[in-house]
Design a binder for this molecule. Structure first.
Ligand SMILES: Cc1ncc(COP(=O)(O)O)c(C=O)c1O
Length: 454
């Protein structure tokens, strides 16, 4: 009998996160203050985040210990399993060995609680009583709602309106954990009211919901802002995925040739891949390929520019050097709601620029097709976001079939799709259409990139 799931004992769960910053061969470009054009200081960020997270954002330390209270909550579902996809391999007829790390067993159903728990904890420790955040499809909002419930905190979630209407169950989940959730654009903030005045039918975007949540945080007492992706500390909290995967692949007796993960803001891919990329940087496994997969409808890595831009629509955040489609970019309502963000994590953008990672953009129909094939072989019904990783993992396995190579492919299955069944319904009934963002719209959004003060 060959083992198909590799578990770690709870005693073997990593007790530190991995910070890739000190291992980058070229330092990460500074985050800039939009008013002065100078690098931001920890104090500039103190209105939004607790100091512990701000220090992590810039930390030169390679490993940061996970506080015991966080480890304790992680143990509700961690370590997560790493699976060998024997049935998918057989269906594809590939000599490739396909493995996947499954993050869908967390209470919220995705990788997002790995950082949500940490962020709620550090805010609680600083005496903050309330958080404000945005959410796309609701995965992040529900992860933070669960985390705030764990630490007795209040939460207000601005949920992108198209998803709020398409996916009511995530809202109900957030409310069950005690959060307040409103559709964005909302009338609760100036950013939301301005957007509604321009277009009363506006379906919203992650960038706009971020503007609302940031405004909420700075206009309410005892409130901080919390972001589910993009920032360095968020990706660092997610490295528990990659650190566990390394131990599990060791038990399985293989080292991956190819890593695949989907990218919205970059947190699951970063957390999964960074510990392995350390091996690539040090030369221990210099031939490792790491592929970030994004939708053709929101192709920030493959079609965006590597420039300084705001993280939100209203231009309230600091300027980050990242691959961006322009902060005014309004993504079409494709079903992978969590991948509809105009920018990309500065670290992921930097690694892409240094050619340490690759990127691929895929259409939604073949993406769902791969997700359905996965569900019909491995049994797990993946989140539409995760289907992007499956698509490319399957394509790589099919390339192995052509070449006869038996490569080891490991992908991150970032979440389950139990609340995304309406998307599956559209795919299965043939109503889903492919969507490629028109080059002209990308060019128009890129013309709104901010000027950096001299
Ligand atoms: C299941 C799932 N995977 C992936 C993502 C993309 O986010 P990130 O790129 O930060 O991992 C999301 C975002 O909501 C998600 O819910």
């Amino acid at each position: 009998m060959e083992r198909s799931v590799f578990f770690l004992d709870q005693k073997e769960m990593p007790t530190s996160w991995y910070n890739i910053l000190p291992d980058l061969p070229v330092p990460l470009p500074a985050v800039l203050h939009p008013g002065t054009g100078k690098p931001v200081t920890p104090n500039d960020l103190a209105r939004l985040f607790p100091m512990a997270l701000i220090m992590q954002e810039f930390s030169p330390d390679r490993y940061i210990e996970i506080p015991e209270e966080i480890q304790d909550i992680y143990r509700t579902w961690r370590p997560t399993g790493l699976h060998r996809a024997f049935k998918l391999e057989k269906a594809l007829g590939t000599p490739a060995k396909i493995f996947y790390k499954y993050e869908g067993t967390s209470p919220a159903g995705s990788h997002k609680p790995n950082t949500a728990i940490a962020q709620a904890y550090y805010n609680m420790k600083e005496g903050v009583k309330r958080l404000a955040t945005e959410t796309g499809a609701g995965q992040w909002g529900s992860a933070l709602a669960y985390s705030c419930a764990m630490f007795g905190m209040e939460l207000k979630v601005y949920m992108v309106k198209v998803s709020y209407n398409q996916k009511p169950y995530r809202r109900i989940m957030m409310e069950t954990w005690g959060a307040k959730c409103v559709p964005s654009p909302s009338t609760d903030t100036k950013a939301g009211r301005d957007a509604l005045a321009l277009d009363p039918m506006c379906g919203g975007s992650l960038g706009l919901a971020i503007s609302e949540a940031v405004e909420d945080a700075v206009t309410h007492d005892n409130t901080h802002y919390s972001l589910g992706s993009v920032l360095n500390h968020v990706l660092m909290h997610q490295t528990i995925i990659g650190l566990e995967s390394m131990k599990q692949m060791e038990i399985a007796g293989y080292y991956p040739d190819i890593l695949v993960g989907c990218v919205g803001g970059g947190s699951n891919f970063g957390g999964f891949a960074f510990p392995f990329i350390q091996d690539k940087i040090t030369g221990k496994h210099k031939n490792l390929r790491c592929i970030a997969v994004e939708p053709q409808a929101c192709p920030s890595l493959t079609k965006g520019l590597y420039e300084y831009d705001f993280g939100d629509v209203a231009g309230m955040t600091p300027l980050m050097k990242m691959h961006t489609l322009g902060h005014s970019f309004m993504p079409p309502p494709v079903h992978a709601g969590g991948l509809r963000y105009h920018g990309m994590s500065p670290i992921i953008s930097h690694l892409y620029n240094l050619k340490l990672i690759e990127a691929k953009a895929v259409f939604q129909i073949p993406t769902f097709q791969a997700g359905v094939q996965f569900a019909r072989t491995e049994g797990i019904l993946p989140a539409p976001e995760s289907c992007h990783a499956i698509r490319v993992a399957v394509d790589e396995a099919l390339a192995c079939k052509e070449s006869g190579q038996s490569k080891v492919i490991l992908f991150n299955l970032s979440g389950h799709g139990h609340f995304d069944l309406s998307s599956y319904d559209e795919y299965l009934s043939g109503r889903l259409a492919d969507y490629q963002y028109p080059e002209e719209n990308i060019k128009a959004a890129l013309r709104t990139l901010p000027k950096i003060p001299a």
